[in-house]
Design a binder for this molecule. Structure first.
Ligand SMILES: *[C@@H]1O[C@H](CO)[C@@H](O)[C@H](O)[C@H]1NC(C)=O
Ligand SMILES: *[C@@H]1O[C@H](CO)[C@@H](O)[C@H](O)[C@H]1NC(C)=O
Ligand SMILES: *[C@@H]1O[C@H](CO)[C@@H](O)[C@H](O)[C@H]1NC(C)=O
Ligand SMILES: *[C@@H]1O[C@H](CO)[C@@H](O)[C@H](O)[C@H]1NC(C)=O
Ligand SMILES: *[C@@H]1O[C@H](CO)[C@@H](O)[C@H](O)[C@H]1NC(C)=O
Ligand SMILES: *[C@@H]1O[C@H](CO)[C@@H](O)[C@H](O)[C@H]1NC(C)=O
Ligand SMILES: *[C@@H]1O[C@H](CO)[C@@H](O)[C@H](O)[C@H]1NC(C)=O
Length: 310
């Protein structure tokens, strides 16, 4: 038996680029992170401002697969997930508005600083969550577009700013993209054409991204038959959208277009072709006029927000 395990280990070392393999509980094989990925993470840590020392476990001796926020593939030891979201106080304990102590602790614990391109060494990274941090208005790094294995990217409420890099359009495996709620610094796009190449997308949140220059926003979005959830609140959406012949968003179940500048529902008549819609939020626009009959076509709808409808 021992001989068999030895052979198995020798084989595993041959077929992977993992440097060390340890045996836990005598029977399950558990891979340890590779030196190059560990180095990449330590380089990333150097650029990060971490006032409450959340990354204390990230030290050079030790297995990076056991560090806070890291998930490795059990078999290969490759880093596949990075969970660096800051948990807001209202999710942790009973929270009273204006609990200054809790608010202050939260603000201090938000990560900031620079994001090192050393992350590009994490070739198998499929999940990156940097939400609820405070990057002080820096741009979303262009090199994120080269993290080719990414399926999940959450940059919500992390104080990014400036133009969204169209390099993100290279992430063809992306299923989840959340750039919403970066409202402390203006984030904008001039053209959404790059979005069309994200053909696996199921969830998209661009709330608070200024889309007023993106005249093609609807056509860029109308290419996603797999999209289930779309949030475009407070996007300064342009006044004129040409009537659309066919709507491709056949899986869309949740749509939010609240806090934009739509003046009447005929400007967004394409919405009434979304037969699978369950939740529709059109609140806080300047919408006037009759509620169209088309609404009757949305037979699955169970949440409808038309607040401040005139
Ligand atoms: C990897 O190992 C962890 C901890 O032992 C376990 O919780 C997880 O389910 C395993 N994942 C896979 C894909 O085997
Ligand atoms: C993305 O981040 C935001 C802010 O932290 C959070 O509310 C949201 O649930 C996250 N998305 C997912 C799918 O976890
Ligand atoms: C990513 O996209 C940009 C612009 O959209 C392009 O210039 C660049 O060559 C792409 N990079 C890769 C690695 O595909
Ligand atoms: C959105 O962008 C347009 C064009 O750049 C600009 O005129 C407008 O002030 C921006 N809106 C906000 C709320 O920043
Ligand atoms: C709808 O999707 C199909 C297949 O992806 C594509 O060929 C077609 O051009 C799309 N239509 C529009 C209006 O984008
Ligand atoms: C809706 O608003 C647009 C833009 O103001 C206008 O051109 C159009 O005539 C309006 N349609 C209806 C039915 O009121
Ligand atoms: C609503 O459904 C009816 C019957 O299927 C169809 O004739 C009409 O064009 C639809 N309206 C919209 C706005 O999609």
């Amino acid at each position: 038996m021992a001989r068999f395990i030895f052979l198995l280990l020798a084989f595993l070392i041959l077929i992977t680029d993992v440097t060390i393999i340890s045996i836990c509980n005598g029977n399950s094989v558990h891979a340890v992170c590779s030196e190059s990925e560990k180095k990449a993470l330590l380089k990333f840590k150097q650029g990060i401002v971490d006032r409450t020392n959340r990354l204390a476990s990230w030290v050079s001796d030790g297995d990076c697969c056991r560090w806070t926020g890291i998930v490795c593939d059990n078999m290969t030891g490759h880093v596949i997930e990075l969970h660096l979201r800051t948990t807001p106080p209202w999710e942790v304990h009973y929270y009273v508005v204006d609990d200054y102590e809790a608010d202050d602790a939260y603000e201090r614990s938000r990560l900031g600083g620079k994001i090192s391109p050393s992350l590009l060494h994490l070739k198998h990274l499929s999940y990156l969550d940097l939400s609820n941090n405070d990057f002080g208005g820096i741009h979303i790094p262009k090199f994120f577009g080269s993290l080719g294995s990414l399926q999940y990217l959450n940059l919500s409420h992390a104080k990014f700013g400036g133009e969204v890099p169209h390099h993100l359009g290279n992430l063809s495996n992306l299923k989840y993209l959340n750039l919403g709620n970066n409202y402390h610094h203006t984030m904008y796009v001039e053209n959404l054409h790059w979005l069309s190449s994200l053909s696996s997308l199921e969830y998209l949140d661009l709330s608070y991204v200024n889309l007023s220059q993106a005249s093609n926003w609807f056509h860029a979005l109308n290419t996603f038959p797999s999209l289930v959830e779309l949030h475009l609140s407070y996007c300064q959406l342009p006044y004129q959208v040409n009537p659309i012949a066919s709507v491709n968003l056949s899986s869309l179940a949740t749509l939010s277009l609240s806090q934009n500048y739509f003046q009447n529902l005929s400007m967004i008549n394409w919405v009434f072709g979304l037969k699978n819609l369950i939740s529709l939020d059109l609140g806080d626009n300047d919408i006037e006029g009759p509620i169209p009959y088309g609404l009757r076509n949305l037979t699955l709808l169970n949440h409808l927000d038309l607040s401040n409808f005139k």
